[in-house]
Ligand binder design. Structure first.
Ligand SMILES: Nc1ncnc2c1ncn2[C@@H]1O[C@H](COP(=O)(O)OP(=O)(O)OP(=O)(O)O)[C@@H](O)[C@H]1O
Length: 264
């Protein structure tokens, strides 16, 4: 479902943390939010999954402002893998993933066969089939993350919101997760620190810097050496990936550029 973040402003503890943010993710598009620490990526995503209320502006999913939806309607439209990930569920893996089916249930209804099939498929997609009986609290950080992604997939949302989903994942699971997102063709908003991963998985990138969007476009348009120097304070060459043809950023780990260069 098309998702539009319109002129968003968020104020936290009296401080304007993001302002004037406009981001549109078209139907089926993977829209990436990238930017340095503290640039506002999580804050923007939190307004999409209604963890934060905007001070001004709005988030429109399909034809509805997310603030006007009931909790169940919102949960059927938007599922999130937030940065703050619970670890204290005294539940099994399967029970955690089954929580994703809640917005489809009537009060006191039990699991039906379809719910069980959706849960099983979601676990399969994240490579956790066969782990359903394990205690969630006994999993490693990366395993928990995959289970929470399965919960979001089981929610079968129109829009998926992922905040740093590759944190904690080993390289194989990073690659698998990104491939899964590409296959899904589901409208997705994703914050990523790994710019090469962002270049390979995102249709469009939106670069946040000090709470504002300073560039939007395809990865090729956006990820230029000049932008990497200005926004991220790094020296890098952008070449073509020899296997995929995607932009590939080769960082110069020996010499950062001066920070605090004003952005045009
Ligand atoms: N409750 C709060 N009160 C005041 N300031 C806050 C609060 N929560 C976050 N901030 C500030 O808002 C700014 C944006 O934070 P946010 O978490 O959105 O950035 P981010 O781009 O996701 O960062 P990171 O890459 O480090 O995860 C930061 O300067 C942060 O310190």
């Amino acid at each position: 479902m098309r998702t539009a973040i319109e002129d968003l402003q968020v104020t936290l503890s009296g401080r304007t943390v993001v302002s004037g943010v406009r981001i549109v993710a078209g139907e089926g598009e993977v829209a990436g939010l990238v930017g340095p620490n503290g640039s506002g990526k999580s804050t923007v995503l939190r307004t999409v999954y209604r963890h934060l209320r905007p001070h001004a502006g709005r988030v429109v999913v399909g034809d509805r402002d997310v603030r006007e939806l009931t909790a169940a309607e919102a949960a059927r439209r938007v599922a999130a893998l937030p940065q703050e990930r619970g670890s204290d569920f005294e539940l099994s893996v399967r029970e955690v993933v089954a929580m994703g089916r809640t917005p489809y249930k009537r009060a006191f209804a039990g699991d039906d066969g379809r719910d069980a099939a959706v849960v099983a498929e979601a676990l399969e997609q994240v490579g956790m089939a066969g782990e359903g009986r394990r205690r969630f609290s006994a999993l490693s950080g990366g395993e928990r993350q995959r289970v929470l992604l399965a919960r979001a997939l089981a929610q079968d949302p129109s829009v998926l919101v992922l905040d740093e989903p590759t944190n904690h994942l080993d390289v194989r699971h990073q690659v698998e997760l990104l491939a899964l997102l590409r296959q899904q063709r589901r409208t997705t908003l994703i914050a990523l620190h790994d710019l090469n991963a962002a270049a390979s998985v995102c249709d469009r990138l939106h670069v946040l810097h000090r709470g504002a969007v300073v560039a939007s476009g395809t990865p090729r348009e956006v990820l230029t050496p000049a932008l990497l120097a200005e926004v991220f304070g790094v020296r890098a060459a952008v070449v073509e990936h020899p296997l995929t043809g995607d932009p590939l950023i080769a960082f110069d780990h020996r010499s950062p550029v001066a920070r605090e260069v004003p952005v045009a």
